[in-house]
Design a protein around this ligand. Sequence first.
Ligand code: PMP
Length: 719
Amino acid sequence: MTALDPRPIPLPSGQTARLQIVGAASALGAPHPGTAQGPAALRDALIERLRAHNPSARWMDTLQADTAPPPADAAMPVRLAAVGEFACQLAERIAALDAGAFPFVVGGDHAVAIGTWRGIARRLGGAPGLIWVDAHLDSHTDATTHSGNIHGMPLAALLGEGAPALADVPGPRLDPARVCVIGARDWENEEHERLARLGVRIFDMTEIHRRGLAAIFADALEIVRGEHGFGVSIDLDALDPLALPAVTCPAADGIEPRALADALLMLRGRDDFIALEIVEYRPDLDPHGHDAAWVAELAIAALGPATCALRARERHFGARNYAPLPVVFHRGEGVWLWDVEGRRYLDMMSAYSAVSFGHAHPRLLRALEEQARRLALTSRAYSNDRLPPLLERLCALFGYERALPMNTGAEAVETALKAARKWAHKIKGVPADRAEIIACEGNFHGRTIAIVGLSSEPAYRDGFGPFPPGLLRVPYGDADALEAAITPRTAAFLVEPIQGEGGIVLPPPGYLARCADICRRHDVLLIADEVQTGLGRTGRLLACEHDGIRPDGVILGKALGGGLLPVSAFLADERVMQVFTPGDHGSTFGGNPLAAAVAWAALDVLEDEGLVERAATLGSRWLARLARLRSPRIREVRGRGLFIGIELADGPPSAATAAEWLLARGLLTKDTHQRVLRLAPPLIVEEKELDWAADVLEELFAKETPTTTDGVLETAVPR
Ligand code: PMP
């Protein structure tokens, strides 16, 4: 066996139980037959979407009633008997699912729940707790019903109340002390009295509005936990009919579907969550599948894998070139991110400035979707109708004659280096293959072999040589050193106007202006890498503006893709750009219409939302507040606009420990270069969010010795 042993290492077992889905195609309890078609209508799309998150998902079968449904006007006992019989059939099926499998029942009207939960209780040998998410209380009996609809009775029956045809379906009864209802907004007194008498906790919509669904869900989990675990039964009626047009409860003001999906994330990774049921989907009211997509979203939220399972997979199947902080994200909106267990975090990283406009910006999403539908990629073997206007706009906005689109930052840096070398050889007169590039100590320009050849960071270089010749470095901030390093062969000086990965390092005042002057005198190109600092991050459109310089070339990336796609560009005047001729440089994806449409919309957002000015104002206020943090643990707080670093003093905590502590408090930062915490929120951040972040940082620095533990995520507050 070689050192590169190809045998897979087995994953820890049992991290994701096999998911077995049973359809319960019954509308025997409902006044309309539509719900009976629910399981069949949901099946294909649901299983396809679920499998992408939980490959073990299997649709076992779709149960139909053994006997023909009684006519709608049949007497109550006849209808009760039909519902009871179907419940027995379903309970039998559920009880017989594979031991160790996780059952997921897709209804049918809510009366099928009698079969589901009796079946589950039989599998377990005792009743589980149950969260009943519903607009109604479903706690009538045949004696109290106003409508005569049996789907208004299943909860009472599961608690052992009402007609024996339902209440006596074989299997243990639920314990009312471990049952709760979430989302009730439409009930009759008899039901409410019954549940109150039995001691079932009801979280109605008034309480949900007052306290928030996440807090209520957390309380509910406390109520239902215990022996045999707990299940969740979701009647889609609980949801807001304005958001889900197929919701059949006409009473306004149900649960917002996104809030429910977020709350259901709390179920992930709980090994006491033992079964799920979703009922009352009416395909006849959902011709475009909008509500069906929400059913899948809810199921994925509850049934997708948890942090540990996902991280184990990443560790097992991924190359080991990252050591991510212990969190797995699932959704982002604006400045907020949600992890797979429903905890919310304020994003102070913005994916290294790529998400400067926030997550899921509606305008950017619209541009992405519209263009993706129309035309995404043709390669630059042809022209497309989105790139030319973008090129023109980039040139006008940044004041250059030409723009060359690429994808990642590193590619645009490579493009700039190629342009500089060819310019030196073809125009400046440097002998062939002798051109030199000068960069700075502590730089970060990307990860290609040429670029890491410029790096001073041993970890970025180790083992990756040999590097191309002609790459030199000088100390950042030392203009004399630059001048001393320049030779007749020097093509370009590549510099970040603020070093980002190097630890948010600001150049000394006047440095860049002196460099520009030196470059001009020696006929050397000054190329500014604004991949991270550009597009408003530092409170100016380009960070170079702080120093009043106009580089010969500018590299943009990250935010140009609106946080949705990799989009980068190299901008320069004809003097430099003339070196490129057809065929000598390119990229299949560079300048594709999808990227161009998104970049266009990103520039719209930047301009229309006044984000450059916003970064300047909010940034300087926030920097002032952070600068007032008094702690022996802080060496320096520095930055420009919303690009701020807190350099920690020697000794504990390390920046990595601090970042983990902040993560546990719901604040996303990242250590850079051991001692610096980087703070770079989306430019759309609100002042109150910055204040909150400052409070959390204050708390961190007030602590004796913050440490992280394996359980750091336990403390992050679900919201
Ligand atoms: N230049 C700078 C200044 C950067 O900060 C980065 C990425 N952090 C890059 C270039 C490389 O960008 P990418 O990761 O998109 O290749």
